[in-house]
Write a protein that binds this ligand. Structure first.
Ligand SMILES: *[C@@H]1O[C@H](CO)[C@@H](O)[C@H](O)[C@H]1NC(C)=O
Ligand SMILES: *[C@@H]1O[C@H](CO)[C@@H](O)[C@H](O)[C@H]1NC(C)=O
Ligand SMILES: *[C@@H]1O[C@H](CO)[C@@H](O)[C@H](O)[C@H]1NC(C)=O
Length: 350
């Protein structure tokens, strides 16, 4: 799976895998009929390759630890959905929507797009991207074209990781965007959740019942934001505080869906509460800089630039995105329930 992962981390990951296997009644074999992935660059695995955007990573050193090399994943190796698919017993990773065969909608599709946001205008500074609204439209088209049965769609797994760009590539951009001028952080979080609620209802109407919603991590502590809004010295607390407002409302929205709709299992995945010490305990000790070479003022890896020798010690692969090692820790935590509430992903696919 991961070459050269430190022994200490392996023991921890292996233990977590063992927990996941114990929680899941069917330890081998596909535990859900299909798996659909929505989100931004953290989940994108190739949809942006065909778009006119600067948020495109189908070049080395991206994919340096991935069997097929650069694919459009924003990491050195696998991303979170890759690991979740494996834990849920899928033979292969869920392929990108772009270029997939129509029949693939029976097994699963990944609609995620680097730069994608909840708000339509988010990341327009980067070029083309697929917003959450358009990702759900793509899903509707795909399941209709493949005539995926309704009773099957209700048993599938859905994971969504969206919202970071609404802050990184909208609210906290300079000069201030219209959204920044119009809303204070509380109102902005509210505007995002109002839209998210609409899109989740659409997804529900399209058959989704088992949905894991990833909150936003401490993006104020990414090397990109430390270098800009953090003045080069530390986390931008203003950013983390704004994101926390969103996360709290998202967790409440999850509870709301579970209360109001029968037969749904929505769960919230907490990417915010973990801290550098938790990672350090796993041997992931470098949290203040990227593993790959990032040119000044940029966020993505320089093409063919040098990379750190031991990727397993780094939290950040480039100036925003995490390494395969961190993606694995997060995916295992989400699957076994360590960072989810109220359901683990293992329970969703049970
Ligand atoms: C790509 O986008 C840029 C900037 O938005 C634009 O100038 C350029 O014409 C576009 N290229 C293509 C092939 O559409
Ligand atoms: C998984 O792979 C095995 C062996 O290649 C195959 O027999 C099986 O049908 C596959 N299962 C699915 C669900 O694709
Ligand atoms: C998740 O696991 C970590 C490390 O084992 C532990 O410190 C933390 O308390 C756990 N969190 C939850 C919510 O169980």
């Amino acid at each position: 799976m991961v070459e050269g992962v430190s022994k200490a981390l392996w023991i921890v990951v292996a233990t977590l895998f063992a927990v996941a296997a114990a929680v899941a009644p069917v330890a081998c074999g596909q535990q859900a009929p299909c798996y659909f992935v929505f989100g931004d660059s953290q989940f994108d695995n190739g949809n942006n390759n065909v778009l006119n955007t600067t948020a495109k990573v189908n070049y080395l050193p991206y994919g340096i630890d991935f069997p097929e090399g650069p694919t459009g994943r924003f990491s050195n190796g696998r991303n979170i959905p890759d690991v979740i698919a494996e834990l849920a017993g899928f033979n292969d990773s869920i392929p990108p929507f772009a270029g997939a065969s129509p029949g693939q909608a029976n097994i699963g599709l990944n609609y995620a797009s680097g730069g994608g946001g909840i708000r339509e205008e988010t990341s327009q500074n980067l070029g083309e991207r697929i917003s959450l609204r358009r990702q759900i439209n793509n899903h509707q088209t795909a399941i209709i074209n493949a005539a995926v049965p309704r009773r099957q769609l209700r048993r599938c797994l859905y994971t969504i990781n969206i919202g970071s760009n609404d802050y990184l590539n909208n609210y906290f951009l300079h000069p201030p965007t219209p959204a920044r001028r119009r809303y204070n952080p509380e109102q902005f979080a509210e505007s995002l959740i109002r839209l998210y609620n609409i899109y989740l209802k659409q997804l529900y109407l399209l058959g989704a019942r088992k949905v894991a919603l990833f909150g936003i991590g401490k993006i104020g502590c990414t090397p990109r934001i430390i270098a800009s809004l953090g003045g080069g010295v530390g986390c931008a607390e203003e950013v983390n505080q704004a994101v926390e407002l969103f996360n709290n409302k998202l967790e409440a929205l999850v509870a709301d869906f579970n209360d109001r709709l029968s037969s749904v299992m929505f769960t919230y995945v907490d990417l915010f509460s973990g801290n550098a010490e938790d990672f350090a305990a796993l041997g992931i000790t470098v949290g203040d800089r990227s593993c790959c070479t990032v040119n000044p003022g940029e966020e993505l890896c320089a093409q063919n630039g040098p990379v750190c020798p031991d990727r397993t010690k780094y939290i950040f692969w480039d100036n925003v995105h995490t390494t395969e090692t961190v993606n694995t820790v997060i995916a295992v935590g989400a699957f076994d329930g360590n960072i989810t509430s109220p359901f683990s992903i293992a329970e969703l696919v049970d």
